[in-house]
Design a protein around this ligand. Structure first.
Ligand SMILES: NC(=O)c1ccc[n+]([C@@H]2O[C@H](COP(=O)([O-])OP(=O)(O)OC[C@H]3O[C@@H](n4cnc5c(N)ncnc54)[C@H](OP(=O)(O)O)[C@@H]3O)[C@@H](O)[C@H]2O)c1
Length: 167
């Protein structure tokens, strides 16, 4: 079983990640950080999160795998997978794969991940989508808390979480 996928997520202090289908707080530096990490790797994304991308289009320069149960769903520039197993099969030969949300996709793929790049925001905007609370999951540890940064009064850091049995 593959267990080396990585997660990229921005989570607030309550592990909130979104509100009404979109990200609840956006920090430009975090967008750059996201692009740097995901680079030219493959990404796995939920159909709802894809819908929130500009024009509903997949990310450029990366292999996009969209999770959907709708077998008629297609989108130019992306492949579709209809189950976790199907997605894992598609990425079998990929060296690096990033799971980029949203909530249901993070939850479904967490058991297959070994590292999470978490932009941790010290704020509590309204949220209705949440990331699993890694600080309460025994299998995970904060490997690097990152430096404290600030954008328009909001403090944040680029944290790295790893499975406790790694590194
Ligand atoms: N802060 C962050 O870093 C970040 C990153 C990404 C997303 N988000 C936020 O997360 C929220 C969206 O999360 P969400 O859970 O509503 O949506 P999502 O995970 O993006 O997409 C959900 C959809 O993915 C498909 N899906 C999920 N699990 C599946 C499975 N096991 N097999 C096949 N298809 C599956 C289904 O598509 P169908 O309905 O087509 O069947 C499901 O409706 C938004 O608020 C978004 O802004 C935040």
């Amino acid at each position: 079983m593959r267990d080396d996928l990585e997660i990229v997520v921005a989570a607030d202090e309550n592990w909130g990640i979104g509100f009404m289908g979109t990200q609840n707080l956006v920090i430009p530096e975090d967008r750059r950080h996201f692009r740097e990490i995901t680079g030219r790797s493959a990404v796995i994304v939920g159909r709802r999160t894809l819908a929130d991308f500009p024009g509903g289009r997949p990310l450029k320069n990366r292999r996009n795998i969209v999770l959907t149960r709708d077998r008629s769903f297609t989108v130019e520039g992306a492949e579709t997978a209809h189950s976790v197993e199907e997605a894992l099969e598609l990425i079998r030969d990929e060296e690096r794969v990033y799971v980029i949300g949203g909530e249901s996709v993070y939850r479904a793929f967490l058991p297959y991940c070994s590292r999470a790049h978490v932009t941790r925001l010290q704020a509590a905007p309204p949220a209705d989508a949440f990331f699993p609370r890694l600080d309460e999951l025994p299998g995970w540890r904060l490997a690097d808390p990152g430096q404290l940064r600030e954008h328009e009064g909001v403090q944040y850091s680029f944290q790295i979480w790893e499975r406790a049995d790694r590194g």
